[in-house]
Design a binder for this molecule. Structure first.
Ligand SMILES: Nc1ncnc2c1ncn2[C@@H]1O[C@H](COP(=O)(O)OP(=O)(O)OP(=O)(O)O)[C@@H](O)[C@H]1O
Ligand SMILES: [Mg+2]
Length: 285
């Protein structure tokens, strides 16, 4: 970094806007310069510390060189700059990283809710980028459960019916899906709330409800974006315990996005993103 007039951090002053302006608003070029400044693609550190679970090597998720660029008028925003990772069947992984580092984008693409600009995602052996819309939504409904930060429960449906919704899309017979819903509601500790509307439940209860609903079709993979983001830390911890139990009881592969380092440490592995690339992967002790 001697003679580059666009050296990003010279002097350590200047705003992000000044910095971007020096690249004529070309965000990709700016990020590339930042990466170069930090010595190229950041090294991926793997720090094994007494793994709680052996990794099986049976990959249920394989992400290869995933890229995502959003076009905003003439400006391009690179959200993912070549992410590759593998997640084992039954593994519990936490995605961490600063705001804007690409966590939600990665989770959405793994779950087939968004399309990448490049690269591939295999889920349970299926290259989801090759599925047409109808096949993709069927695959998603059967294989993947989503839990979002703001729950997205239907406000006018009681808990039992809310939980049944994915079974309706999967055309599970009514009696069967009701039985599955009630059993999951019991699993998440809400048996005495099955006739409640979402507005009659607390935040932690709504999150449990959203988890029960996500599990209805017995998905192989459960994806959760900031599942504890809205909750106080004790309630958040109880949600994480619930994930652990689900993983242990059903063998579900769980990938959560979280800002909370304490919660991330409860996972088998953390994967940290920065500026759309993986900068560290740690097996949690
Ligand atoms: N629909 C979109 N259009 C344009 N840019 C987007 C869009 N969605 C995300 N981005 C940009 O992509 C980058 C990654 O966003 P993403 O939502 O994946 O970050 P994140 O790590 O989930 O952040 P947070 O912790 O704040 O939720 C950000 O710079 C964001 O501004
Ligand atoms: Mg996000």
């Amino acid at each position: 970094m001697t003679d580059d007039s666009r050296e990003p951090f010279r002097g350590g002053t200047g705003t992000v806007a000044d910095f971007l302006a020096s690249f004529d608003g070309d965000v990709d070029a700016a990020i590339a310069a930042l990466r170069a400044h930090h010595g190229g693609t950041p090294p991926v550190a793997r720090v094994p510390r007494r793994p709680r679970r052996e990794r099986s090597g049976d990959h249920i998720i394989t992400v290869s060189d995933l890229r995502k660029t959003y076009k905003m008028g003439r400006q391009k925003v690179s959200a993912l700059g070549g992410v590759s990772l593998e997640i084992d069947r039954g593994e519990f992984v936490a995605l961490t990283g600063a705001s804007g580092s690409g966590k939600s984008t990665l989770l959405q693409i793994i779950g087939g809710l968004d399309k990448p600009s490049g690269g591939t995602v295999l889920v349970d052996g299926v290259d989801i980028g090759r599925l047409g819309d109808a096949k993709l939504s069927r695959f998603r409904n059967r294989t993947i459960g989503f839990v979002f930060q703001f729950f997205y429960l239907q406000p006018f449906l009681r808990l039992a019916t809310n939980t049944e919704v994915p079974g309706m899309f999967a055309r599970t017979p009514r009696k069967q899906r009701r039985a599955q819903a009630l059993s999951l509601i019991e699993e998440v500790g809400l048996s005495d709330r099955s006739r409640h509307l979402p507005r009659e439940m607390s935040g932690g209860q709504m999150q449990r409800a959203a988890i029960a609903r996500a599990l209805l079709n017995q998905p192989a993979v459960l994806l959760a974006d900031e599942p504890t983001g809205n909750l106080d830390s004790a309630t958040g911890a109880s949600i994480i315990e619930l994930f652990e139990r689900i993983r242990d009881e059903f063998g579900t592969t769980i990938v959560i996005v979280t800002h909370d380092d304490d919660l991330a440490l409860r996972a088998d592995r953390t994967i940290r993103l920065s500026d759309g690339v993986i900068v560290a992967q740690d097996v949690v002790a």
